[in-house]
Design a binder for this molecule. Structure first.
Ligand SMILES: NC(=O)c1ccc[n+]([C@@H]2O[C@H](COP(=O)([O-])OP(=O)(O)OC[C@H]3O[C@@H](n4cnc5c(N)ncnc54)[C@H](O)[C@@H]3O)[C@@H](O)[C@H]2O)c1
Length: 251
């Protein structure tokens, strides 16, 4: 599907060497955007994504940064603006999952997940928003999870972080409207390395059977929602949490 208003926009996607982030970067490039591909220690995969984006018709820049590190985030944002001129769209996609019983979750486990999945959004938004305000326009899309609404045993740090992403999205949306639109995506299970790392093969099959559409999403299906949220077609979306989840969660 073609979305309007993406051509020549500059989009920074965090955690883009793989999975949903990779699909998001390529989908924006297919719509004529220039994409900055953030990665952490995955330069080779990020370079492949940059090639894919360029072949799809967009320009690409690879930028390394640990999104949980405020100094690295600020340097990355400055780098993107220096090389690509501006940032119109920020997609906060980078994340880690932790599957561990709550009583075995250590303070270090907890901190790592909260830092990577939630505090990272605080860092990137604080780095990018002054620039967007100066431009008088911008769009931020935060990747949460359907688990922010469902909760899940053994996913306490992850669901707490993703629940935080949802409410942070709504508060930012209120604080920075009307010039800047902030929305979130809360995908259901999506066929990526993260999902494969979480569950055994029988657990994956059982989970798939539980979804009304009887399958996991592809990363490309989630990416379509991200491009939509940044497009002219989504111009009245503000503080919304879109949840492509195959019917697993009906709100
Ligand atoms: N796959 C699913 O079922 C699913 C469902 C809901 C939400 N999500 C969310 O989608 C996002 C993408 O996940 P995915 O499924 O594509 O898995 P993935 O593991 O392929 O992607 C996560 C990316 O984040 C990067 N990353 C991790 N820590 C980082 C850091 N500190 N700095 C920079 N990059 C970092 C990883 O290197 C990786 O490229 C995550 O936020 C995840 O929580 C995934």
């Amino acid at each position: 599907m073609a979305f309007n208003g993406i051509r020549n926009k500059t989009v920074l996607v965090t955690g883009a060497p793989s999975g949903i982030g990779r699909a998001v970067a390529v989908a924006f490039a297919e719509h004529g955007a220039r994409v900055a591909i953030n990665h952490l220690g995955r330069a080779r995969e990020a370079a492949v994504v940059a090639d894919m984006a360029e072949q799809a018709g967009g320009a690409a820049l690879v930028v390394e940064a640990d999104v949980s590190d405020r100094t690295q985030v600020r340097a990355m944002v400055a780098d993107v603006i220096r090389h690509l001129g501006r940032i119109d769209v920020l997609v906060n996609n980078a994340g880690v999952v932790l599957v561990k019983p709550f009583l075995e979750t250590t303070p270090d486990d907890w901190q790592r997940v909260i830092d990577t999945d939630l505090t990272s959004v605080f860092h990137t938004c604080q780095a990018v928003l002054p620039h967007m305000l100066e431009n008088g326009a911008g769009c931020i899309i935060n990747v949460a999870s359907e688990l922010a609404f469902l909760g899940r045993d053994r996913y306490t740090a992850y669901t707490a972080a993703k629940g935080g992403v949802v409410t942070l999205t709504r508060s930012l949306a209120r604080e920075f409207a009307p010039d800047i639109r902030v929305n979130a995506l809360a995908p259901g299970p999506t066929d990526t390395a993260m999902l494969a790392s979480e569950l055994t093969t029988p657990e994956l099959a059982a989970k798939e059977r539980d979804i009304p559409l009887r399958r996991f999403a592809s990363a490309q299906e989630i990416a379509g929602s991200a491009v939509f949220l940044a497009s002219d077609q989504a111009s009245f979306y503000c503080g919304e949490v879109l949840s492509p989840n195959g019917g697993a969660l009906m709100r």
